[in-house]
Design a protein around this ligand. Structure first.
Ligand code: ZN
Length: 460
């Protein structure tokens, strides 16, 4: 009964005339310029260094933050302390049930002659092998089509390696996601994939397709790109290549996680909300510095910089660190569900989750109101141009988390960065604080904070 009412009420509200941002005076760049100048000056003088140091603390004193791990639990407590220290109000956590996979020990080696140890990382939620490991002959393919062209008898009982050519993350990640499913369907006993990266020497982990709370049907792991290429070359010879894979990976009972939330209440229309967000979880290797420690600190430091500069926007800024993104935006999905009718207060949501390359602009998504906001933001482009972040790309990917907030009336904005070097550190041991360049971090903070402020302060 109550549920039906909420659904009906929400539908009515969302169908009503667009709220808040409609029928206002046009944005004036000159009106906004003094505040923008103050915000940028604050960031240059203090906030960028403060935020960069805070990221260093997250990376080194908290460390990696795998879903369900003690590291993530520690990060949730740390984040609340930092939000309060930044002067945010209404700091609290909202519980989210999150996956809990543990890696344990793992290894992979060629046991036929010539033997060789391989650089590998189990993929998230991979089932483990028996204690003694799985030893089997290897079948190497470059594509799903090549695998399906092979007779089942050629694949059954073997370990399949997918070694596709590198065509960029978007094209290659499908082997990490779906490889084990295709291999298992042909009777393979384990699956290896070339890392979805163009980095040298380091294997990249990541999640796989399917229910985030259940293990894979067969053990699955990524190999460093050189090792995948080596096996491909070896397998082209007539002699069978025999590989031993040992993994302790295990899916445990779901864990208790939390979205961490803090606010900078709006001075005129506090019931309209602009979310600045990123995900707090990371993979267990590296320090989760750019994926997505940078995004968390940008979101927090943007709000802190506004406060330090004496700027309180018209609408409320709500900083959210999402509980778990690496298994598919579960934190934001839980948020959208539990907020229910409150979601209609959200005007816009921002996410920063593409590393620390210099900012290029924002991708946006959403209906009529998003288009209306963007139209007004174009009036502010002279303020964003000097930051190199004036592009507003329509129908662009805004971020895995906030895609769960794609409600009518919510404008989604993703910070877009130069990602040329991102996949050298993504999901691998190289995602560490020492690679987070302060100069680029400063530019990102300027673009993200200013854009968040301008949207939150659009005149009625
Ligand atoms: Zn991320």
């Amino acid at each position: 009964m109550e549920r039906a009412w909420v659904t009906f009420g929400l539908a009515c509200l969302l169908a009503a005339a667009p709220r808040g941002l409609h029928a206002q005076v046009p944005a004036s760049v000159e009106e906004a310029r003094p505040a923008a100048n103050r915000l940028i000056a604050q960031i240059k003088e203090e906030s960028a260094r403060h935020g960069h140091a805070l990221l260093g603390e997250l990376c080194t004193t908290v460390g990696p933050r795998l879903s369900g791990s003690p590291g993530l639990e520690k990060a949730v407590a740390w984040a609340q302390v930092q939000m309060k220290a930044a002067g945010l109000e209404n700091v609290h956590v909202e519980p989210v049930t999150i996956p809990h996979w543990v890696r344990g020990n793992e290894s992979c080696e060629v046991v036929s002659s010539p033997g060789r140890k391989l650089a590998m990382l189990g993929l998230g939620n991979s089932v483990g092998t028996p204690k003694e490991g799985i030893t089997a002959d290897l079948v190497v393919v470059s594509s799903f089509e090549e695998l399906s062209s092979l007779p089942r008898a050629t694949v059954a009982g073997k370990i399949v390696l997918f070694d596709p050519p590198w065509n960029g993350y978007g094209r290659n990640v499908v082997f990490r996601l779906r490889g084990f499913l295709e291999a298992a369907a042909k009777g393979a006993v384990a699956c290896l994939v070339r890392s979805a990266s163009d980095a040298e020497g380091l294997p990249h982990t990541g999640s796989v397709w399917g229910n985030p709370f259940t293990p894979t049907s067969i053990p699955t792991a990524a190999l460093a790109i050189e090792d995948a290429a080596y096996l491909h070359q070896l397998a082209a010879r007539p002699a069978p290549v025999r590989v031993r894979l040992q993994m302790d990976g295990q899916v445990l009972a779901p864990a208790s996680g939390a979205n961490v939330i803090g606010e900078l209440r709006g001075r005129e229309i506090p019931d309209e909300i602009i979310i600045l967000s990123a995900h707090l979880d990371s993979w267990d290797v590296g320090q989760g510095a750019q994926d997505d420690g940078v995004g968390c600190i940008l979101s927090l430091e943007a709000a802190r910089a506004m406060l330090k500069a004496g700027l309180r926007p018209r609408r409320t800024i709500r900083v959210v660190f999402w509980a778990t993104e690496e298994y598919g935006g579960l934190g934001a999905r839980a948020y959208a569900k539990t907020q229910g009718i409150e979601m209609q207060k959200v005007i816009a949501a921002f996410e920063a989750d593409t590393g620390n390359g210099r900012p290029l602009g924002f991708g946006w998504k959403g209906g009529d109101r998003a288009a209306h906001i963007v139209k007004r933001l174009r009036g502010y482009q002279p303020l964003l141009e000097p930051l190199g972040a004036a592009s507003l790309e329509p129908d662009a990917y805004p971020g895995t988390d906030i895609e769960a907030l794609e409600y009518p009336g919510v404008a989604l904005f993703g910070l877009h960065n130069d990602m040329r070097h991102y996949f050298e550190i993504h999901h691998c041991a190289a995602d560490t604080f020492d690679r987070v360049n302060l100069q680029d971090f400063t530019l990102n903070l300027e673009a993200y904070a200013l854009m968040g402020y301008l949207v939150a302060d659009l005149p009625q």
